[in-house]
Design a protein around this ligand. Sequence first.
Ligand SMILES: [Zn+2]
Length: 392
Amino acid sequence: MSKFFKKFLITIIAIVLIYFIATPFIASKVDADYNTVKLKGPYQPSEKAMTLYNSLEFVSDSHSDVLLWNRDISEKHDYGHEDIPRMIEVNMALQAFTIVSKTPKNMNFEHNDDTTDNITTLMIGTGRPLSTWFSLKERALQQCKELYDFSNESEGKLWVITNQQELSSYIKERLSNKNQTAGFLGVEGMHILEGDLSNVQVMYDAGIRMMAPTHFFDNELGGSAHGMKKGGITPFGVEVIKRMEELDMIVDLAHASPALTTDIINMATRPLLVSHIGVKGTCDNIRNLSDEHIKGIAATGGLIGIAIFEQAVCGTDAKATAKAIKYTTDLVGVAHVAMGTDFDGAVETHFDVTGFPLIVDELLKLGFSDTEITAIMGGNIKNFMLKNLPKR
Ligand SMILES: [Zn+2]
């Protein structure tokens, strides 16, 4: 072995060693820095709210990006928004685990293009397989695999739900044992299809049951609320939505441009969902839903998940989220509203998952009945999924 080659080999080994030793530290630091809370627990809801909250059979949330960060969700953390122990502690029955694959540098609410990407660095920095460094599709498949790995190692504490039958069995089991929680897989931005219609089936086979056409930039399917053109649906987008409906997958309109939202409401033959959003009626910005879109989504039999971060509800506490919930229920009725937090979505949320009872407190103050609160806090998502997931 030449002297040069020996030196080269030692350098490579050193780099690889440093990479594997350093990544867990870098990953948890980045995770903690990006996923902060306005108010730290332990939280102090009123006794009345806590009593009602504890009586809820099914608490649910339609949006969490926790898989992105490579956090070990089997362990309880003192940073970030959730993990399995905290979910079980707060009686969370079903969480949507949504996959992020590409976000632009200098991400903003108004105008983003697709020429830059933060997630490549994150994939490298969190020690993900080489395949994920170069492919959006692989990033999605990797995050699916990670949720199943957590489930397989959870000793029954985490179910992954893919159909109505599984959800029914889980609901039955949970009646006698609350020491378990569940999730289903969603996607933010169908650029993970890499422009190939046949990848809808690939994602279905990987366990994904909900997908949002766009995220922070316009893509092959249509416009993002935060994109450059913010256009409507493309011919490829039409094909993908049709294919999703054939497979009984749920279309999520979060982050869609207003034009794309209108187009999909007009073509949908199945109920639509918006996994994490606010409404223009209490917080007017480019991303939030207009009254017309709220009514259009409700008319499909749809569900609107109200978020818990400032840009969505123009406030930094449970009260602001409750106000958006009230506005929406006043417009279309209680049956179309749910919680859609955006946990671990690189935002500062009002609270972490253990703060869920604070919403009940604010809903009580606004005059909602126990039955209505039961529906908003999870009953509606339960019914929606029991009806709209594939049968088996
Ligand atoms: Zn999002």
